[in-house]
Design a binder for this molecule. Structure first.
Ligand code: ZN
Length: 460
């Protein structure tokens, strides 16, 4: 049994405990990632799936002292200037772009300039894709992330099972959402065949630690039939995710078929009659996609609600549509800042969404849109997204931590219970740098440090 004493703990269910101690039953050395004592970094050395963890008690040090199970503690670790959190959930990332690293945004080239950059630099050979995803997984887990929603881009063979295979071999749990494109009817017709291997593997990955899902890329790159394909599978329990309502370019294109995306698609020769019809109704991206979702014939039970990523372009009626859809929203604050989202759409409406019962979680998006300085210290950290919201939007730390833990687990179809600090199974334990989370824990002026993964358990 392990005891950890720290400056504080933030549980998304019970809030801040200060100071805090926890008792955890650890079944296998490979769950241990802390750098201390004889068990140091056994998990980092072992890789693969960790052993189960059970959180037995949490409270002030005095309360935990009084727990009779404290007498059985065999390993005690102390983090007097750190904040304990559950294992983190990065609900939206693109680990296969990790090799590109952070890049400055060229506002003059707009969103299409960014798409061009990614298209020209992304790896397509399976071995190179695997290396990039592996690096991304390492940059995630070292900073306390234990569960990811990862977008698996296309590779040279057209299938994209490689990122899922890397995920399975890594210590992370998560969903590898296989991404597809295609506005034309021809692209939609070939989808069942293109996705056959993915869907077959998906059936076997259900309720496993590393699962498969589908990601129609975005409303400006996937047609109505392509979306119906994903939504149909979502009703049968396949995890589904899509980018939605992200940029001003998407807004103009979906409404009118014009703007820079329209011009780009016409040069590619993929703007056919179906597209001209779909994108002529002055509809918002949320209206278009959630209208198509609502029009699906409903099946009984067992389905998953799609995860909508970004959702920055939201009118009052769009907000109603999101609430009614039952979909989760993954918000990527640093990505939104990178693309200057607030200048076009105003501040993100995540607080209204949360107040209306929408499950809003956090993602980093790809490494390309993250600040170099933060990546160098803390890797691909969804906690840095939470820190940004605490600083800029003044939300309570408990809300920010819930968005980075239980809400993300729920959005990805995992049991949120392992992502709180309530007694019971535990998916991970992090000793976070207090900067940006809680004041008065570290001396003013002290440099920010890496968040430390202490333990990793099993997520289901
Ligand atoms: Zn994305």
């Amino acid at each position: 049994m392990l005891r950890v004493d720290a400056a504080a703990a933030v549980c998304p269910v019970r809030g801040v405990i200060r100071p805090a101690s926890v008792l955890v039953r650890v079944a296998a050395a490979r769950s241990c990632w802390f750098n201390e004592g004889g068990l140091a970094a056994a998990g980092a050395a072992a890789g693969g799936e960790a052993g189960p963890l059970e959180l037995l008690a949490i409270g002030t040090p005095e309360a935990v002292d009084a727990d009779p199970r404290s007498a059985s503690v065999t390993v005690q670790i102390s983090r007097p200037d750190r904040v304990l959190l559950p294992g983190l959930v990065n609900a939206h990332t693109h680990l296969d772009l990790t090799h590109i690293g952070p890049r400055e945004h060229d506002a003059g080239l707009g969103f299409l300039g960014f798409i061009d950059l990614v298209r020209s630099l992304r790896q397509t050979e399976p071995r190179a894709v695997a290396e990039s995803v592996t690096l991304g997984a390492l940059l995630s887990v070292r900073g306390g992330t234990v569960l990811v929603g990862d977008i698996a881009g296309m590779d040279a063979s057209g299938s994209s099972l490689v990122p899922w295979q890397v995920l399975r071999a890594s210590p992370l749990a998560g969903v590898s959402f296989v991404e597809y494109f295609g506005l034309s009817e021809a692209a939609a017709v070939s989808l069942p065949q293109r996705m056959a291997a993915v869907l077959e593997a998906e059936g076997k990955s259900r309720r496993q630690r590393a699962r498969l899902g589908l990601q129609p890329h975005a409303p400006y790159s996937v047609g109505a039939t392509g979306y119906a394909f994903a939504f149909n599978h979502a009703q049968a329990g396949v995890p589904v995710c899509t980018h939605l309502a992200e940029t001003i370019e998407e807004h103009s294109f979906v409404g009118t078929g014009g703007g820079s995306i329209g011009a780009f698609l016409r040069t590619l020769g993929v703007f056919g009659r179906a597209a001209a019809e779909r994108f002529s109704g002055e509809r918002t991206p949320v209206e278009l996609v959630l209208g198509e979702l609502a029009a699906m014939p409903q099946r009984e039970g067992g389905g998953c609600s799609p995860l909508l990523v970004h959702v920055a372009d939201v009118s009052d009626i769009d907000l109603e549509r999101i609430v009614a859809s039952g979909c989760s929203v993954a918000y990527c604050p640093r990505s939104a800042a990178y693309f200057g989202s607030a200048a076009h759409f105003g501040p993100h409406r995540f607080e209204e969404m949360l107040a209306r019962g929408v499950n809003v979680c956090l993602g980093t998006d790809s490494i390309v849109n993250l600040p170099m300085g933060e990546v160098e210290i803390r890797g691909l950290s969804v906690l840095d997204e939470a820190r940004l919201l605490i600083a800029q939007r003044k939300i309570p730390v408990m809300t920010a931590v819930a968005m980075a833990t239980v809400n993300g687990a729920r959005a990805l179809g995992f049991d949120p219970a392992g992502f709180s600090l309530e007694p019971g199974p535990l998916a991970g334990l992090v000793a976070a740098d207090a900067h940006g989370l809680l004041a008065g824990v570290v001396a003013e002026g002290a440099a920010g440090r890496q968040d430390e993964l202490l333990l990793i358990g099993q997520a289901r």
